[in-house]
Design a protein. Structure first.
Length: 610
């Protein structure tokens, strides 16, 4: 029978023995002098695999021989000669077990028992350590190169499954020394070790690494690995934390490039720059210091300038690129001076502003800050263009002019510039009104011309009937009156007055023909001069309009040409009138004149145009 736990086993033994002992005491009557006694057996502990020996001590009150027995099923034996219990537990016996020993008198078979507790402990094994790596660990020396990765897995092994294990490592037999550049991570009974030898470690070359496992009972185990690290040559390495430097325009600044060499060799620096001229900067090849004072020419480039630096230890040369940029000073934008302008009403003004900025035109803003109170203009800041066409009513007083001033501003957000534009606008007649009055003037002149033709025809008829001066004067008086009346009745507008004033003057001259004839027949020739003057003045008026407005068809160019033609014919007819005057004088003097019949053929002084 197997009983787990000491208190329970002791209770069972006490329960079993108590009735027999009580019965024995009741049956004996008087207490014997001596009785059978088995000495108490203390609790025992034994490790698996070791022999347990328990001496049994008993005395017989009758001095009889004794025999010993035990009750459990785990084996063992009693040496009756020596009175000892001998047992060697196995792994299956690990634990705490009760056992009952009994002493029996051979002749009386009187017996007595004692309970004992035996605890079997597991054997304590020393933990073991296992190392696994892709690197061959079987040799006496592990060779690594500087910078070569070494990986190792350390496993702790222990037959005592309940033991707690601790894994660790140390360097060169110094339990306090570790590698700062090594990685050591423990997870339960497995640890990972990673190491990449540095240049400094390579210079030392030899290392002993000890890997250790220890259990919570103080038992430990260790394994040593021996390393030889081969040193290799290293190129310099740039250590420039800043990739871009900004220099102020016209300000001297500097920075220093830095490279290191793990072999401790001397470094010589160099520089290459295709965009910055050599004489514009200074560079120290020993310290790597770059110093520069960029001018405005360099500030114009917004993309910056790449500088290629080199570092050489004599065997290796490495390169690093650093960008330098120039922060340009802010210069004010400028508008070139604008020339003053003079235009007529209804004449288009187009101004293109000349804007300059040393910092570039991308971020400037152009505006018209004062438009002088005008309207109808167009201003396109992106194209720097201003256009305007004042109307015919802009200058209020006829024949006068008006001045205005415009103000333009350009700014880059911080600095600005302004320029003014002075414009003089001259008065100009409205083409529609001019065309209207001009047409009226032409029509009035044509009407006058028609009247003159009718007078011419009338005079021709009278001359044929009467070839004397008295009759002529009567007729001339009528002609002058008619001419004067027509001129004064058809001239209404100012434009018409300008065009017909010479005609009126000629008409006025005709009024005086009668008085002139009374004084002297020779003064009749003034009629021709007056008509010629009329023609010239009208022609000047027409030429002035053409020069002012151009020969636009809207100004009745065809009518103008017809009117000019009719004026020429008027002059021709006046010349013919001069010839008729000579004939009249001959008749009056009763002189034969060969050309007397000329008026009959021409039909009068002024022959009407068909």
């Amino acid at each position: 029978m197997r009983i787990f736990g000491f208190p329970l086993a002791l209770l069972l033994i006490t329960t079993l023995l108590s009735p027999s002992l009580y019965a024995q005491n009741q049956s004996q009557g008087p207490t014997p002098k001596k009785k059978l006694v088995l000495a108490p057996i203390p609790a025992k502990q034994i490790t698996v695999g070791r022999e347990l020996v328990i001496p049994l001590r008993a005395t017989s009150g009758n001095g009889l021989p004794l025999t010993f027995e035990f009750s459990w099923t785990r084996g063992g034996e009693i040496d009756q000669t020596t009175g000892t219990f001998i047992w060697k537990p196995g792994v299956e016996d690990i634990g705490t077990h009760p056992i009952i020993f009994t002493a029996i008198e051979d002749q009386t078979e009187e017996q007595t028992s004692q309970a004992a507790i035996i605890t079997v402990k597991a054997p304590q094994y020393r933990p073991q350590i296992s190392l696994t790596s892709r690197t061959d660990l079987t040799g006496k020396l592990i060779e690594l190169q500087e910078g070569e990765n070494f990986a190792l897995v350390i496993e702790g092994l222990d037959k005592n499954r309940n033991d707690q294990l601790k894994l660790s490592y140390f360097v060169d037999l110094d339990k306090e020394k570790l590698f700062e550049n090594a990685y050591f991570q423990v997870n339960d009974r497995v640890a990972t070790f990673l190491w990449t030898p540095t240049n400094e470690q390579a210079k030392k070359k030899n290392f002993t690494l000890t890997f250790r496992v220890e259990d919570n009972k103080g038992l430990a185990n260790e394994k040593n690995l021996y390393f030889l690290v081969e040193d290799i040559e290293h190129p310099p390495v740039f250590r420039n934390p800043t990739r871009t430097y900004v220099f102020g325009e016209d300000k001297s600044s500097s920075f220093q490039v830095k490279a290191t060499d793990e072999d401790g060799e001397r470094i010589v620096y160099g520089i290459q720059s295709g965009n910055i001229r050599n004489g514009d900067y200074s560079f120290d090849r020993n310290t790597g210091k770059f110093q520069w004072k960029p001018g405005f020419t360099y500030a114009k480039a917004s993309s910056g300038y790449p500088l290629i630096f080199s570092a050489s230890d004599g065997s290796y040369t490495v390169f690093d690129t650093i960008m330098v940029r120039v922060a340009a000073n802010n210069y004010p934008p400028k508008i070139a001076q604008i020339r003053n302008q003079e235009i007529f009403e209804n004449e288009e003004l187009l101004i293109t502003l000349d804007v300059q900025d040393r910092n570039g035109l991308e971020d400037i803003e152009l505006s018209l800050v004062n438009d002088g109170g005008i309207n109808g203009y167009e201003f396109v800041p992106e194209e720097r263009k201003f256009s305007w066409k004042p109307g015919f009513d802009f200058v209020k007083q006829q024949g006068s002019k008006r001045n205005i001033t415009l103000h333009f501003r350009v700014t880059d957000g911080e600095l600005s510039d302004e320029q003014s534009l002075n414009i003089t606008i001259l008065d100009r007649d409205d083409p529609e009104e001019t065309q209207k009055t001009y047409g009226q003037s032409l029509q009035a002149a044509k009407d006058i011309y028609d009247k003159l033709i009718r007078i011419d025809n009338h005079l021709g008829l009278v001359i044929k009937k009467k070839r004397n001066w008295n009759t002529f004067f009567d007729i001339s008086t009528i002609a002058v009156g008619v001419f004067t009346g027509i001129a004064s009745s058809n001239i209404a507008s100012e434009g018409l007055q300008n065009a017909s004033a010479p005609i009126g003057a000629a008409a006025t001259s005709l009024i005086g023909i009668r008085n002139i004839a009374n004084k002297s027949l020779d003064k009749i020739v003034n009629l021709k001069a007056q008509v010629i003057s009329l023609t010239g003045k009208i022609q000047l008026s027409i030429n002035g309009m053409e020069g002012k407005f151009g020969s636009d068809p809207s100004f009745s160019v065809v009518e103008q040409d017809d009117f000019k033609k009719e004026l020429r014919e008027l002059v021709e007819k006046v010349e013919k009138y001069e010839e008729e005057r000579v004939n009249i004088m001959a008749i009056y003097a009763n002189l034969p004149i060969k050309s007397m019949d000329a008026p009959k053929k021409s039909g009068g002084f002024f022959k009407r145009k068909k």
